[in-house]
Design a binder for this molecule. Structure first.
Ligand code: ADP
Length: 199
């Protein structure tokens, strides 16, 4: 099963993806996390990406598409993937569809995490204090929200043309958001693919 978590910056996609990864045995693929790993490793790609990320701008489509393409065939992805922060443009969505089709796979469900703007700012500030991400500041967030509206919001109509895109109320506490997601996934699979041993 391949799932996309879609939503504005700091909406909680990564938090939910990690929980669902545990419960369902799906692999989270976060392009943001992959880019931060490149930065931490000091690669050329990381250096170029950091400059754009710090400003809140998107990195080029090809960069993230290539990163995803490289991971899709890894054994962790065998049961399926939760795409988090990807695709962010229609070009990325088209490329993802093509990559999956080449492998006889497809996106099974796209969920939209809907979060109020004041909550987004609140969460971004909390994350800034906890993680110290260099793009978690009000200036960069303004650009990130603008990029979301200019590019990413156009990805929703792309997927709506392929099927229903359920909306999740992302303003609720973490467990309340997870409950909505698992309800939707329950309609897609009869039982969790892998029952969580933890919490
Ligand atoms: P958030 O979901 O909080 O916005 P991410 O960790 O997903 O944070 O992304 C951080 C930054 O990484 C983005 O602002 C952008 O610069 C870059 N990035 C991540 N994913 C993509 C993508 N799919 N396409 C282009 N840029 C991306």
């Amino acid at each position: 099963m391949n799932v996309i978590f879609f939503g504005p910056p700091a909406a909680g996609k990564g938090t939910q993806a990690k929980i669902i990864q545990q419960q369902y045995g799906l692999q989270q693929l976060s392009t943001g996390d992959m880019l931060r790993e490149e930065i931490a490793a000091g690669t050329e790609l990381g250096k170029k990406a950091k400059h754009l990320m710090d400003q809140g701008k998107l990195v080029p489509d090809k960069v993230v598409i290539d990163m995803i393409a490289k991971r899709l065939d890894s054994p962790e992805c065998a049961k399926g993937v939760i795409f988090d922060g990807f695709p962010r443009t229609v070009a990325q969505a088209e490329a993802l569809d093509a990559l999956l089709a080449e492998r006889g796979k497809k996106i099974d469900i796209v969920m939209e995490l809907d979060v109020d703007q004041d909550k987004i700012i609140e969460r971004m500030k909390k994350r800034a204090a906890e993680e110290g991400r260099s793009d978690d500041n009000v200036e960069a967030l303004k650009i990130r929200l603008q990029q979301y509206n200019d590019y990413s919001a156009k990805v929703l109509p792309y997927y709506r043309a392929q099927g229903a895109v359920p909306k999740i109320n992302g303003n609720k506490p973490v467990e309340g958001v997870t409950a909505q997601i698992t309800d939707i996934l329950a309609g897609k699979v009869s039982a969790p693919l892998q029952v969580s041993s933890g919490a």
